[in-house]
Design a protein. Structure first.
Length: 616
């Protein structure tokens, strides 16, 4: 076993797009110059000897800063027709200051109603490009960098950045336009990469040395889609909570959640968010110790077999403040079971709500009042009405119209090779030297982490473990919600390990996680954007309980901030039994506690190798 010795202890760094200084047109001329790139970032590492946590020097190579050779405003004349066709234009090119760093901010459109934005550092660019994915059904450009907690390359403005709105929109009506459907499925990300690289060459007089993609939620789907369809676009890809089984996740998964929490007689919601703590506390009490440490977190929820009926109120109960009603238990049981064929009882999706994720259900599949609806209903209806069926649109489709049966899955199959990114044949991406890091929170209420596990298993089955080890890693974060936040330790830096792997050939192993310092929202669709937010981080009282649980395991007092290593799947961190259990230094790498492969389900062949299609 390896003891986690050195790792990155850092604060959240987010590149905000909001301009904090007045925008001006670029002025003057810029002779090409280079200078030292400045400080290097800290990194993760491990050693076989026990030691106190310390900060290691980064394995990221120091690349020279390259400055522009033309005025920012010159990019207004960039010809994008060869990339996006007629009507593709740069609409603005101005200097802005964001988080104290000056950028040439370039925005424009492509002919199929794709919006894009590129941020080119004026004096801090170190020859790296990072494209950021967006969340939900997009419709907006997001340039906040996730999974980059403490990355100096991000906080110092060393990346040229870009993002696209995918030509999408939250209500799904873009599905009425086939060009926009194709753009959202895959094309917008690729075209934005081509535009960005052209602008980089024009602005700096040279190409980027390395290109990266970083996305979560639909951004995670976009990430894996790039590895599948355009293996030469990016050297390194970070895919968080990927919505890569789009066809089933946005229809059957969210549709099942909505239907399971709707009273068939009244149409009202059965389970509301104020009741979730009763359930979550019972799950933790029953299953927390199964991983060897009582810390309020389930390291692998698959070990848990909690029966909700154990907290069902008596039939004659008048006080239900500490128990769930029979109807509530029925809803919860369906949540944990996941969508099943109404005749055969077989599973229709690969994942379901995981034990320990209950607090994350608030606002997603469990509303705040019986008269309200969770987000799952709107997500499912947008997809079912306009996107997932070849015979659409079905503008008046309701959740009640959704049949949970194999026949529905078959109707979803035709667009599987268009929207989904679950083919395990990533040999072309590997052949380019590309690297892929998958990550997922175990308490994600939107997208089951078991979907990501299934892709990982598929890669191993298709390509072999040795080949997969050369280019892919997967990390699962206990107690972490959708793309961040939650009861677990969600602050993580995957950017630095990715740079080390791509640029220095040093593959990642142990990676440090710690408590997030603020409610950052969900990467891919941040809290301020008003959607895909779930319940956010735990309340102060919840954090206090988790901290209390942590310190009680070790006898230490006064610990309020936790840190812990995560290891490539299926390895787990194991508490050594001495020292503060909230300190990552007191953990070692341990073998998996759960070793069963994903059970067969009706759409299991979706994860077989297939050829993506170009249009519906």
């Amino acid at each position: 076993m390896k003891v986690f010795r050195t790792f990155l202890v850092v604060s959240l760094s987010v590149l905000a797009v909001a301009v904090d200084a007045a925008s001006t047109n670029c002025g003057g001329s810029y002779p090409p110059t280079t200078s030292s790139a400045g400080s290097t970032a800290a990194s993760t590492g491990s050693t076989a000897t026990t030691a106190s946590p310390s900060t290691a020097s980064s394995g990221v190579g120091s690349l020279a800063v390259v400055t522009p050779v033309v005025d920012c405003a010159n990019l207004l004349t960039a010809n994008l027709t060869s990339i996006g066709g007629s009507g593709s234009n740069v609409t603005s090119a101005t200097e802005v200051t964001s988080s104290g760093i000056k950028y040439c901010q370039v925005a424009g459109t492509l002919s199929t109603k794709i919006g894009w934005q590129v941020m080119l550092p004026v004096s801090t660019w170190t020859q790296r490009y990072m494209q950021i994915g967006c969340g939900g059904l997009c419709g907006s450009i997001q340039l906040s960098v996730g999974a980059a907690d403490g990355s100096e390359e991000v906080s110092n403005g060393n990346f040229a950045m870009a993002g696209t709105d995918m030509a999408g929109g939250t209500d799904g009506t873009f599905g009425l336009d086939e060009d926009r459907v194709v753009a959202f499925a895959y094309r917008a990300v690729h075209l934005t990469a081509l535009v960005s690289k052209q602008l980089i060459l024009q602005y700096y007089g040279q190409k980027q040395k390395y290109a990266y993609f970083n996305g979560c939620s639909d951004g995670g789907r976009e990430a894996v889609m790039e590895a599948l369809r355009y293996p030469e676009d990016f050297n390194g890809i970070i895919a968080g909570a990927p919505a890569m089984l789009f066809q089933l996740q946005n229809s059957l998964h969210h549709g099942w959640l909505a239907a399971s929490n709707t009273d068939s007689d009244t149409g009202k919601s059965i389970l509301i968010s104020s009741r979730l703590s009763i359930l979550h506390d019972a799950v933790v009490a029953a299953c927390d110790a199964l991983d060897g440490l009582e810390d309020g977190l389930l390291s692998d929820p698959r070990l848990c077999n909690f029966d909700p009926k154990t907290i069902q109120c008596a039939s004659d109960a008048t006080d239900t403040s500490a128990c769930l009603t029979e109807a509530e238990v029925g809803t919860v049981t369906k949540f944990y079971k996941g969508p099943t064929d109404s005749t055969s009882g077989k599973q229709l999706t690969v994942g379901e709500q995981q034990y320990g994720s209950e607090l994350a259900w608030s606002g997603v599949c469990v509303p705040t009042s019986a008269s309200a609806k969770g987000m799952s209903e709107s997500i499912a209806l947008a997809a079912l009405r306009y996107l997932v069926f070849n015979d659409g649109p079905h503008a008046n489709f309701t959740i009640a119209d959704l049949k949970f049966e194999d026949a529905t899955l078959e109707k979803l199959r035709p667009r599987h090779p268009l929207f989904d990114a679950v083919s395990p044949d990533l040999a072309p991406f590997k052949a380019t030297g590309g690297k892929l890091i998958l990550w997922h929170g175990w308490a994600d209420p939107h997208i089951s982490p078991r979907t990501t596990i299934r892709l990982h298993e598929g890669l191993v089955d298709q390509m072999g473990q040795a080949a997969v080890d050369e280019f892919e890693r997967m990390y699962l974060l206990p107690g972490v919600h959708h793309c961040g936040d939650g009861e677990g330790m969600s602050a993580i830096d995957l950017v630095t390990p990715m740079l080390e792997w791509v640029e220095s050939g040093s593959p990642p192993n142990a990676i440090m996680t710690k408590d997030a310092e603020s409610a950052a929202g969900n990467f891919g669709q941040w809290a301020s954007s008003g959607s895909m937010t779930g319940s956010g981080p735990p309340s102060s009282s919840a954090r206090a309980l988790l901290s209390q649980a942590s310190t009680s395991s070790s006898g230490s007092a006064g610990s309020t901030s936790r840190s812990r290593p995560v290891y490539p799947y299926p390895a787990l961190p194991k508490y050594t039994g001495s020292g503060d259990s909230s300190d990552a230094a007191n953990y070692v790498e341990s073998s998996a506690l759960y070793t069963n492969k994903t059970a067969y389900w009706l759409g299991d062949d979706f994860f077989s190798a297939y050829t993506p299609i170009e249009s519906p």
